[in-house]
Design a protein around this ligand. Sequence first.
Ligand code: BTN
Length: 337
Amino acid sequence: MNLELIAYLKQQSQFTPVPVIEEKLKLERDQVFTDVEAAIEQGYSIEFHPYLGVKLIDIPDKFLKHEIRDDLNTKNVGRKLKIFDQVTSTNETAWELIESEQELRDGTVVIAESQTRGRGRMGREWHSTPGAGLWLSVVLKCNVPPDKVTFLTAGAALAIANMLQQFIHLPAEIKWPNDVMIRGRKVCGILVEARSNQPNVFVLGIGMNVNQVRADFPESLRDTATSLRLERPGARGMNRVRVLRPLLFYLDRIYTQIRKKKWDRLAEAWSEFVHMGGKHVSLQQGGQELRGKVVRVHPADGITLKLESGEEKTCSAESVANVRDLPSDSVDAEENE
Ligand code: BTN
């Protein structure tokens, strides 16, 4: 493919006459047509007008290295890309690469169009509609103290929520411990894994629903899951590469802060997206249901609940599943009895 032609067309906001392209890129007329056709074959949306010439409308909704890298101003995240059509799980593929490639670069991103066995938290399955979302894992090689490892999940949630809010203008929130929500529905899940034979290496898995419509989700998720498309005005779909690039950029910025151990600053920024204080929730811990009012949430310390008994209890992110909102009067009513 003629990347020079693509780069040139990207700089033009209007149609470019074919003779101008011939001259600028020193191409024969036939070659211009052949190259435009080859680009269209690759998924580029290009309009051709007999008098006005050629105009690039959009890049392919496909993970092409040169498009992901285009203008990607990151230090670590995404400097190396491993792109697959189908994998069992991008987290699993990332671990295979870590085991097999001695010098796998910090920040390497493994991304796939589809996953056959996407992994979720607590051994659950992650539903990854082929071609409709961003299913990726970032290899992080850094020395994080054990009591700060939860900052990797929190930092990723912060980066994602920031990106969704600032770049896509959607009202993102973080639901502790690691879900990114829009209007009460989950749009993105995060799974950080470590292995004892690989000290100071982490795999940060991110699953972001981008272009699913309701019917793409299994029945059991239809009321609780959402996608960027479903939340955008007019339910407009998005080019996934255009979402991926800012995502990698925001992740890189936060990762730099993690490497510099800016824990307090990260916790403060994170807590601005966590609107759980004072809410009544139920959660599962060790097979037991706890219900209470949220007193405090912190990326490293976990969630502190005032239980129905009046006792305060703090639970760590790893020990907890199924955090659910309860109607706001459900605990107070009993507290006041
Ligand atoms: C959760 O909310 O339960 C976490 C879901 C994480 C899913 C992503 S998709 C890409 C990466 N590969 C996996 O197998 N899982 C993560």
